[in-house]
Design a protein around this ligand. Sequence first.
Ligand code: GTP
Length: 363
Amino acid sequence: MKAVILVGGEATRLLPLTCNTPKVMVPVINIPFLEHVIHYLSQHQIKDIILAQRHLSQSIKSYFGNGSRFEVELTCTIEDIPLGTAGAVKNAEQYLDDTFLVLNGDIYTDLDIAAMIDFHLKRKAKATIALTPVDDPTSYGLIETNAQGRVTRFLEKPQWSEVTTNMINAGTYVLEPEALNRIPPQANFSFEHELFPLLLDQGEPVYAYTSSAYWIDIGTPEKYFQLHRDLFSGNSARHSCPIGDEVLVGEQSYIHPTVHIRGPAVIGSNCIIGHKVKLTGPVVIGSGGTIQEDSVIEESIIWRNAQLGQRVSLKNSIVADNCRLNDNTTIEDSILGDSVTVVSGCKLEPGSKIWSGTTVEVP
Ligand code: GTP
């Protein structure tokens, strides 16, 4: 079976992390998010994957190539205009001649794909939508079903008084190619607001597959952070990282014997962690990072090639690629885009979001 991964959104809610990094290339435990998704599909024997991109992304192309390094076959489609979720899949129609899977490119899940496909085929559905429970359904589109799982109603962002279910669209679909006939070519069209309600109106069999398997979308920095916490605490069944107090150190990295680490922590390759540095997990440090003496890092995610000076204090923050935090800087509850420089002695206002390429000076 083929899968289409939607990777062409604006990713505005993840800014400033996505100033120069496509959402799917954002690292999760030092691995691009998309690699986690491809690995997940591959584990389910789905090896023929179409990446529906809006623009050609050089970083995606050079990292993934034709997919052979990941034992899958990757095809890319590109859009002249933003086509929306369903329009982007229509754009890949030439590759889709049998039942296929669609995934939003910002979702990490343990959903049992084989069981969902089986459910879809047994019911002879035209479309099957994965559902996942949420605590507060009022900011989502809700999907009501009958006892057999057939969709009876779509309800957009309901008031609490209208809430009849806490099940929301989990951004994973099984579709028959005929469903694509309802999508106009080269036009912006969405699954959620257009195609699925249309199929329902026309009496087509649209089903919902309910699962309480681990599910999160990395749409916001908070959720991105939450995914790390969940992986480190083993909440996802896909244990691909240290759990609990474990510490993982990449090749060619040097950790000074006086460093104090409380896991979970992942330190990438070619890092230097200096004299008396203190790391309190969960901490992730990307490859090529240097942390100089007496710096303290707590619950933070640092991407590649970070240069941290002496006595830097970094807490509950995300630092994108190629940032330089000079001596005696204090950063808390903040998000730094790539290539940010924070000059010596600077204390960022908690909650800061710093645009990529910025130099932050002492006021
Ligand atoms: P925000 O701007 O932060 O909402 O992010 P987004 O646009 O990336 O996310 P949204 O939840 O709106 O989209 C769901 C999925 O569909 C994401 O994986 C997007 O990358 C993808 N997507 C949304 N619009 C398009 C589009 O026009 N073309 C393609 N190829 N993918 C899209």
